[in-house]
Design a protein around this ligand. Structure first.
Ligand code: GLA
Length: 397
C-alpha cells in the first residue's frame, strides 16, 4: 500500500472511530507526521543541533467539540475509551505512580493539560478519535505524531492562537511530564515544521529553525527505513542513563550543556572524566559538528555528498554512545554493502530503525540484501520501506 493510501485509510478510520465515540461527524480533522532524523542523535537534550525531516506517514485526530468539560479519547490502537474532566488534568499530571491513565492516552491528555497550562485558557471538552499509519515502536516518533495532531487540533478549536513552535513545546511537555519519557524536542519540532523534500535544521537551544532542501528525488536517491522490529522505550533504561552521562560531562566541564564544547575541548574532558563519560561526551560533541557539516554539504553539493557523515554518525553511536544493537549494525552494514551512499541508526537507539540513502536503481536490491542479512543472523525479518520527506502538521478537513 502506498503512503498516500495508508494516510487515506487512517483518516477514514479516525472519522469512523469518532462516529462510534460521539455518534456524529467531526468538526475538524488534523494530522501530523512521524519523523526520520537524518543526523544529530542525542544532541537535542544537550542544547545542540539536529536535522530531522517529517515523513509521509501520519497520525489523524478527528475532533468533535462538546458543551461540557469532558475530554474523551479513543484510538484505533487501543481497546478502551478514556474519559476525564478537563478540570481533573492537573490532578493526573505531572505523571506520578497512581495515575491510572493508560500510557497511550497520556499522550493526547498530556497535550491537553500542557496547552491549558501554557495558554492559561480553559476551552470546552472534546471527543478525540485517533488513527495512525506511523509504525509504532520503530523509532519514527509515532508519539510526536499523536502529540502534533492533537496539539494542532485543540490549539485551534480552543482558539489559543499558538504558533507551531509553541505547539511543539506542548507536545514535549506531554512526553516528558505526562508520559514520563525524558526526551528532547526534536521529534515534536520535526512533526510540526517539516516541509516536502526538505529537512528541518534545528538549534535546540534557541529553537531557531532553517529549512534545508534535500533534493533526494532530483539526485536519484531514495531513503530506505529498516525497522528492525526490536522494540525500544525511552521512558526507562538506557536513554535516561545516556542523558545522565551527558549532564555529568557538562558539569565536569562547568558548562550549561555539551553544546558549549567543541572537539578542541575533548583533551580537557579526558582529563576530567572517566573513560565511559568521555566517550558519551565525544559522541555528542562530534555529532553536533557532523550536523553542521551535513547542512553545509547539502547546501553546497547536494545529498550525494553526505554519505561519509552518515556513516561516521553510526560508528559514533555504536562505539562511543553505545546505543546501537546487532540488528541496527547489520542493517547499516548490509545497506552499505548493497550500494547505499550512507546509512545509520536513527532515533533514540536500543532498537527501532536504521536509515539508508540509496541510489534509486539499487533500492530494491538493498532491501532484499538487508532482509537476507537478517535471516543469515537469525534475526526477525525487518520491515524495509521507503519514506519521502513531507509536510508537517496540518488541518485536513
Ligand atoms: C528520541 C527522543 C528525541 C531524541 C532522540 C535521539 O527520539 O524522543 O528527543 O533525543 O531520541 O536523538
Amino acid at each position: 500500500m502506498s503512503a498516500a493510501e495508508a494516510n487515506e485509510r487512517a483518516d477514514a478510520a479516525a472519522r469512523r472511530l469518532l462516529n462510534e465515540l460521539a455518534g456524529r461527524g467531526p468538526d475538524g480533522i488534523w494530522s501530523a507526521p512521524g519523523r526520520v532524523n537524518l543526523i544529530g542523535e542525542h544532541t537535542d537534550y544537550n542544547d545542540g543541533f539536529v536535522l530531522p525531516f517529517a515523513i509521509d506517514r501520519r497520525t489523524y485526530a478527528a475532533i468533535g467539540t462538546r458543551r461540557d468539560t469532558r475530554l474523551r479519547v479513543a484510538s484505533t490502537h487501543a481497546p478502551e475509551v478514556v474519559e476525564v474532566d478537563l478540570d481533573d488534568l492537573d490532578r493526573l499530571f505531572p505523571a506520578h505512580s497512581g495515575t491510572d491513565v493508560p500510557e497511550w492516552a497520556a499522550y493526547p491528555l498530556g497535550v491537553a493539560w500542557a496547552l491549558r497550562r501554557q495558554a492559561g485558557a480553559a476551552g470546552a471538552g472534546a471527543d478525540i478519535a485517533i488513527a495512525s499509519d506511523v509504525p509504532v515502536g520503530a523509532g519514527l516518533s509515532s508519539s510526536a505524531a499523536i502529540e502534533g495532531a492533537v496539539a494542532s487540533a485543540l490549539g485551534e478549536v480552543w482558539g489559543l492562537g499558538l504558533d507551531r513552535v509553541a505547539l511543539a513545546r506542548a507536545g514535549r511537555v506531554a512526553e516528558n511530564d505526562a508520559v514520563g519519557a525524558p526526551t528532547g524536542i526534536m521529534d515534536q519540532m520535526a512533526s510540526m515544521l517539516g516541509q516536502p523534500d526538505a529537512a528541518v535544521f534545528l538549534d535546540c537551544r534557541s529553537l531557531e529553525t532553517d529549512i534545508v532542501e534535500l533534493g533526494l528525488a532530483a539526485a536519484g536517491l531514495e531513503l530506505l527505513v529498516v525497522d528492525t522490529r526490536v522494540a525500544h522505550a525511552h521512558s526507562t533504561g538506557g536513554y535516561r542513563e545516556r542523558r545522565a552521562a551527558c549532564e555529568r560531562g557538562a558539569a565536569a566541564m562547568g558548562v550549561t550543556a555539551l553544546r558549549d564544547l567543541t572537539v578542541d575541548d575533548l583533551p580537557e574532558v579526558a582529563a576530567r572524566v572517566d573513560d565511559e563519560t568521555l566517550r558519551r561526551v565525544r559522541h555528542v560533541v562530534t555529532e553536533n559538528q557532523r550536523v553542521l557539516d551535513t547542512v553545509r554539504a547539502l547546501r553546497s553539493d547536494g545529498p550525494r555528498a553526505i554519505g561519509a557523515l552518515l556513516r561516521a554518525s553510526h560508528a559514533s553511536m555504536r562505539d562511543d554512545f553505545e546505543i546501537s544493537v546487532p540488528e541496527l549494525d547489520a542493517a547499516v552494514d548490509a545497506a552499505i554493502a548493497a550500494g547505499a551512499i550512507g546509512a545509520r541508526m536513527t532515533g533514540g537507539g536500543f532498537g527501532g530503525a536504521a536509515i539508508a540513502l540509496v541510489p534509486r536503481e539499487d533500492a530494491a536490491t538493498a532491501a532484499t540484501d538487508i532482509t537476507r542479512a537478517f535471516a543469515a543472523s537469525a534475526f526477525r525479518p525487518p520491515h524495509v520501506f521507503t519514506v519521502v520527506p513531507s509536510a508537517g502538521a496540518a488541518r485536513d478537513a
